[in-house]
Every structure is written in C-alpha cells, then in structure tokens.
Design a protein around this ligand. Structure first.
Ligand code: ADP
Ligand code: TYD
Length: 208
C-alpha cells in the first residue's frame, strides 16, 4: 500500500490547474495509488447554489458568496459518503482542484482577508493539505487560454480580476507561509512539462 495524502491545486482561472489535477491523478494511479479527484465549488447542494451565482443567474453580496464557499468546503470535507475525510479513511490519495487558498485569493479583494481566513479556520483545523500546489502563470497567458478555449466566461474572468486574484494569492501565501506547505510550479510551460515539475515536487518532498 502506498501512503495516501491530500493535495490541493491552486491557481487563477486558466492557469491549467484542472488539467494538472487530472494529469497528476493519472500519474499517481499508474504508480499504484488509489486516487480520488475532486473540486470546489463542489457539485453538491451549496456548490450548485454558488455556480448559479457565478454564472450571473442569481445575485449575492460578496460576503454571502465568501460564506457559501466556506460552507461548501465543510460539506466537501464532511459529506458522509463522498467527503474528503471519508475518502482518505478509505485509503485514497485525494487531489482537490481548489481549496481554501482559493477563498483567500478570490474573496480577499472584496472582504477582509483575515475574515476569510477566520471563516475557513474550521476547515483548516479539520484538514490541511500535505501540499498546496500553486500553478503559477501570468494573468495574460491565463486570459488568452480562457478566451481561446471556452464558450462561456464566468463573472470573475476578466484580465483585471485575474491580476487581482494573482496578487491576492501571493499575499495569502506570504501571510500563511509558516502554517501551510505551499509550493509553486511554473505553469507557463506545456502541460506535459508542468506535470513533470509537479511530479518532481511530490517526489522531492517525499510525499509519494
Ligand atoms: P483552470 O482549471 O486553471 O481554469 P484548465 O486546466 O481548465 O485551467 O485550462 C484552461 C485551458 O487552457 C484549457 O482549455 C486547457 O486545455 C488549456 N491549458 C491547460 N494547461 C495548458 C498549458 N500548460 N499550456 C497551454 N494550454 C493549457
Ligand atoms: P472553477 O470551477 O475552479 O473555475 P475554473 O475551472 O474556471 O478555474 O471555480 C469557479 C470559480 O470559483 C473560479 O472563478 C474561482 C471561484 N472560487 C472562489 O471565488 N472562491 C473559492 O473559495 C473557490 C474554491 C472558487
């Protein structure tokens, strides 16, 4: 049996983190791990509410959105059949496409970041990732990828927002560098090269 760990993949929209989460899941499976790939916002009840707000179908105050994400995250952790804790207990290595650093970065521009961190404290106490991987790309590269590849663009997806989110990520990493394990990989390269760097990180840090 291989050790099972919890990996969070972070990055701005269009950074390629979903692609990397899938690639790393495949690599880990080929290496003999049982893998559970998951994401936030979830596709459960609170996640659905969030997606309806992000698509512009419904309106909500930024504070409400931040609180919904914190609640969705607890559901993600604690859900009795599909929750992350349950999957870890069953021996899966869990990879999540976004976790609480997404909240710090996306809501930190609209709501006091310390409040966002506080409102996620319970999730952090329940389960911190063994590693938070930041797929680091320039906002211009990310914007180009979004515009080339998507037929619908969400409310956060403008170049100014991508820049703001990128700088909030850096602010959050600086704030929490003593409490969290954070590793950045260069996301500007080809998907294969980024996966290779990510794999090297996991090996070098003895996580797999
Ligand atoms: P995210 O989850 O960060 O929004 P995705 O993985 O969905 O990003 O990637 C956004 C788009 O960019 C997708 O169409 C994907 O195929 C493409 N893409 C992902 N990684 C790269 C890369 N390293 N180089 C070029 N294009 C990429
Ligand atoms: P996601 O589905 O990961 O979008 P994408 O595939 O485009 O990266 O996430 C949807 C949006 O939700 C994304 O713009 C980031 C935002 N988000 C928050 O604002 N707060 C959060 O806590 C999380 C997890 C995501």
């Amino acid at each position: 049996m291989k050790n099972n760990i919890f990996i969070a993949i972070e990055g701005i929209d269009g950074s390629g983190k979903s692609t990397q989460a899938k690639n790393i899941a495949k690599r880990l499976e080929a290496d003999g791990h049982k893998v559970y790939l998951t994401f936030e916002p979830t596709d459960m009840r609170i996640g659905k509410m969030i997606r309806s707000i992000l698509s512009g179908k419904e309106n909500a105050d930024e504070k409400v959105i931040a609180a919904l994400f914190a609640a969705d995250r607890l559901d993600h952790l604690l859900h009795e059949t599909n929750g992350i804790l349950k999957k870890l207990a069953e021996g899966y290595t869990v990879i999540t496409d976004r976790y609480y650093f997404s909240s710090y970065a996306y809501h930190g521009a609209h709501v006091d970041m310390d409040w966002v961190i506080d409102s996620n404290r319970m999730a952090a106490e329940i389960l911190k990732p063994h590693v938070n991987i930041f797929v680091d790309v320039s906002p211009e590269v990310a914007m180009k990828r979004i515009n080339t590849n998507r037929d619908s663009v969400e409310i956060y997806e403008t170049l100014d927002n991508l820049k703001a989110v990128q700088s909030q990520y850096l602010r959050a990493f600086e704030k929490l560098k003593n409490e969290e394990h954070i590793v950045a990989v260069n996301g500007d390269d080809s998907p294969e090269k980024v996966t290779e760097s990510l794999w090297e990180v996991l090996q070098k840090e003895n996580l797999i």
